[in-house]
Design a protein around this ligand. Sequence first.
Ligand code: TMP
Length: 206
Amino acid sequence: MTRGRFVTLEGGEGVGKSTQIRALAAAIEVRGIEVVATREPGGSTGAEAIRTLLMEGSDDRWDARSEALLFAAARADHVARTIRPALARGAWVLCDRFVDSSRAYQGGGGGLTDADILTLHGVGSEGLLPNRTFLLTVSPAEAARRLAARGGSDRMGSKPADYQARLAARFIEMARAEPDRWQIVDADAPAEQVTAAILEGLAEWL
Ligand code: TMP
């Protein structure tokens, strides 16, 4: 049923995912392809409402299970209302984070198993997976510099340093376990080089 391509960018905060989504959208659109650039949590009216619940308030507003369910609910709405319709009409969907963020943050750091997250994804989004996922990695020093430059992080980002380290390790582990879908990109490089590396990883479809 899917004719378009579904591409996601993953990684910690401050790795430049949103900058890359903008650059990629422009580079793909000039080839005459429709692009839907979107993000999670969010990307549809219902999912944006859930995003507000997730991103605002105190650190302990949600326990790990409630939080995982809210992300899965937001994703279900995003998939049903935005992503699947776009793919069905042949558009490319470029998404800033997707289920792999839940696997890393809720499954790797929050006490739920990977199987739990994938079960929620099966129920909510019928298990939709990207055609290709790029993991953007930066050194801890560079991530801290970029985060400071954009004025700190939100509720989800205000977690202790060991949480950030665990999740970086978890992302690498997922990428290595599924090398046909994932590519790891060194995002310490200048933005234009990162865009070029990602486009190279998509060249077979362009
Ligand atoms: P971002 O806008 O910086 O990407 O922030 C989204 C935050 O939400 C980020 O801290 C990662 C977190 N997140 C999860 O914990 N689980 C998820 O499934 C998604 C999509 C994001």
